[in-house]
Ligand binder design. Structure first.
Ligand code: ADP
Length: 655
């Protein structure tokens, strides 16, 4: 194939522009990205070679080499991994296959630090080379292909790139960066070693550089730090040395690993710039043997809510990388956990299908899940918030001090995802329930556990009351809460979108039933005294004829109309039947474009309210009835079915 010119896909061109114009304060990440690609390429080769040993072509030692040429102003990253065919080079280095990239573009903030993080998360790795290079040449040959099937790819990182066939004896890929004038500092051994040490130390692949020696200079002072020689410059020796640790961190004993090393390793595998919140590292022995190193990030990624996103666990078998995003190893509700699992039992050629069925994998998944839950329980136990200690922290134990606020931080970022577990992981439901925190009518901060709530329950109270709403304000001001406020009964306020769904799976906590204050008939049980009950019954009796008329007027909208004593200041509210889907959930499903059953709520009216008292005999009865209903709907965050008609009715009455 002679030289061909191709245009970059429009998104790539746009991305390249952004990469080169907005990331110069975080330049050095380009090396991490390119080394990570090289390492991936070696992993791929190793994996394919499991079934085809010939792919090693007499060079079984996989490695990455860094070299530079100050005269030519180039920096070269060479790997002997899988390589690319011409078509692969055109496809992979000219387009962005990932659907998330548009998303990525829209999220760029203009702030370099955040944008650089995003680049990492979305994996636009290769193109980051153009931060430091005005031109990139890639020479590559697919493992197993003939030497004549090598490919050269060249681009200046603007509109297009060139591809041509070359002869390349070695398999793998060489990325030659033609450095920009401002980026010449990277053509330097110390600089490269420093960056490798920072970002790529724990890549399990050796990264090599040619050893350099001081050129013989004049002897000036034997005590001098350069061995007494005047630095005559550095000279290459032709000998290559490994400049990274290249040992899989998780295989080293815990006591030999510093917190900093753990954090560095996390940054490498997660492409996160922030240190992790916490981690757990264990060698599990027994019927299934494996090592787990699991991290909880300190911040939620942008795509946390994408449930199709694979879990962030890398699977190794006896230190050989098998696959990324091994979702079989972590349930979906823990998809934020990052880390490594290295199994001693799985076969090396384990496929995705096999992974789904293997008993060992099931055991690992269970073990990892339990481990993450205990890690969270531990954080919760030590989470002394400034409020809980009245700001006094010097009485805390050392462990408390380290873990101060960590659970709160975790919960803020990942609490909502954790709740998905109630529906997903029946076996761990009780443990999960204990980890949940909510705001309540007593507390604006999301800090009340079911156990806290139970400890504060009133004498005679036999249920845990809660309300779900779109926002904290809507929950707090909901009419359904009025009588609870009056009687000083705490109500949990649930405002995560997932709450409603998750609570479907929970009937009780520790023997006490959960009761939505917007579901079912109003019954405070022993919390209501006889007098109140009697008054309510009397009101229901005298109100009967009005109720019948209301029912008739609202027969298309309301399942039923009844009087209630749950209201204090509001004239009416809507509730659903005990087993009915809540109005909020039905709305959410509709918004999400899903089929939701038509929910007909029950209208409850407050017989003590002036507006309700007016109903009897009013000439505006029909309008008032509809206004009552629509207002109740508004109050709980819904919209009248016919907003214009509602406005008309209100205006008619106002004027
Ligand atoms: P990502 O690595 O996140 O997929 P990149 O833009 O860094 O995104 O790379 C795009 C693709 O180009 C890779 O998925 C891979 O197929 C190919 N590629 C990049 N670098 C190499 C390399 N050194 N060897 C083989 N293939 C590579």
């Amino acid at each position: 194939m002679s030289k061909q010119t191709h245009s970059f896909q429009a998104e790539v061109a746009q991305l390249l522009h952004l990469v080169t114009h907005s990331l110069y304060s975080n330049q050095e990440i380009f090396l991490r990205e390119l080394i990570s690609n090289a390492s991936d390429a070696c992993d791929k080769l190793r994996f394919e070679a499991l079934n085809n040993n010939a792919l090693y072509e007499d060079a079984p030692e996989l490695q990455v080499r860094l070299s530079f040429d100050t005269a030519a102003k180039t920096l070269t990253i060479t790997d002997n991994g899988i390589g690319m065919t011409a078509q692969e080079a055109i496809d992979h280095l000219g387009t962005i296959a990932k659907s998330g990239t548009k998303d990525f573009m829209s999220k760029l903030s203009g702030d370099q630090k955040t944008d650089a993080q995003l680049i990492g998360q979305f994996g636009v790795g290769f193109y980051s080379g153009f931060i430091v290079a005005e031109k990139i040449t890639v020479e590559t040959r697919r493992a197993g292909a003939a030497a004549a099937e090598g490919v050269r790819w060249i681009s200046g990182g603007t509109g297009d790139f060139e591809v041509e066939t070359i002869t390349r004896a070695e398999r793998g890929t060489r990325v030659i960066l033609h450095l920009r004038e401002e980026a010449l500092e990277y053509a330097n051994t110390w600089k490269l070693k420093e960056i490798v040490g920072k970002y790529s130390d724990h890549i399990s692949l050796p990264i090599l550089m040619e050893k350099e020696e001081w050129k013989d200079g004049e002897l000036i002072d034997p005590k001098d730090e350069n061995g007494g020689r005047q630095p005559g410059g550095m000279a290459k020796t032709g000998e290559w040395e490994t400049i990274n640790k290249a040992s899989a961190l998780w295989t080293r004993p815990k006591k030999d690993i510093t917190s900093e090393q753990y954090a560095d390793f996390y940054k490498q595998i997660s492409r996160d710039f922030d240190a992790p919140l916490t981690w757990t590292h264990n060698r599990v022995e027994g019927s299934t043997e494996y090592t787990q190193l699991l991290y909880i990030p300190s911040k939620a990624p942008q795509d946390l809510w994408n449930r199709d996103k694979k879990a962030g666990i890398k699977l190794y078998v006896k230190r050989v990388f098998i696959m990324d995003e091994a979702e079989a190893l972590m349930p979906s509700y823990l998809r934020f956990v990052k880390g490594v699992v290295d199994s001693a039992d799985l076969p090396l050629n384990v496929s995705r299908e096999l992974l789904q069925e293997s008993r060992d994998v099931k055991a690992i998944r269970e073990g990892c899940t339990k481990r993450v839950l205990s890690m969270l329980e531990d954080l919760a136990k030590h989470d002394k918030t400034p409020e809980s200690t009245d700001g006094v922290t010097d009485v805390l134990s050392e462990e408390d001090k380290v873990k101060l606020g960590q659970f709160t931080q975790f919960y803020k970022e990942f609490g909502a995802v954790l709740k998905e577990g109630l529906g997903e992981d029946f076996g761990n439901r009780d443990r999960l329930l204990k980890l949940l925190r909510f705001a309540s009518s007593n507390s604006d901060t999301v800090s009340v556990s079911f156990a806290d709530y139970k400890a504060r329950m009133k004498k005679g109270q036999d249920a845990i009351y809660y309300i779900t709403a779109d926002t904290l304000a809507a929950a707090k001001n909901s009419p359904q809460l009025e009588v609870f406020k009056k009687k000083g009964i705490e109500v949990l306020l649930m405002t995560d979108r997932v709450d409603e769904w998750a609570l479907n799976f929970v009937q009780e906590f520790d023997g006490t039933p959960l009761q939505s204050v917007a579901k079912g008939a109003f019954d405070l049980g022993k919390l209501q005294d006889e007098e109140e009950k009697k008054a309510a019954e009397d009101a229901a009796e005298t109100f009967k004829p009005v109720l019948a008329k209301l029912k008739e007027a609202l027969k298309d909208k309301a399942e039923d109309v009844r009087v209630t004593s749950r209201l204090v200041d509001s004239p009416a509210c809507l509730v659903v039947t005990d087993d009915g889907m809540s109005m909020q959930l039905a709305r959410m499903l509709k918004q999400a474009g899903q089929q939701a059953p038509e929910v007909k709520p029950v209208l409850e009216v407050n017989p003590e309210h002036a507006l309700v008292k007016k109903l009897d005999g009013s000439v505006h009865f029909h309008d008032l009835a509809h206004i009552l209903f629509d207002q109740a709907l508004l109050a709980e965050g819904g919209l009248p079915a016919d907003p214009a008609a509602y406005v008309k009715r209100v205006n008619a009455l106002l004027s």
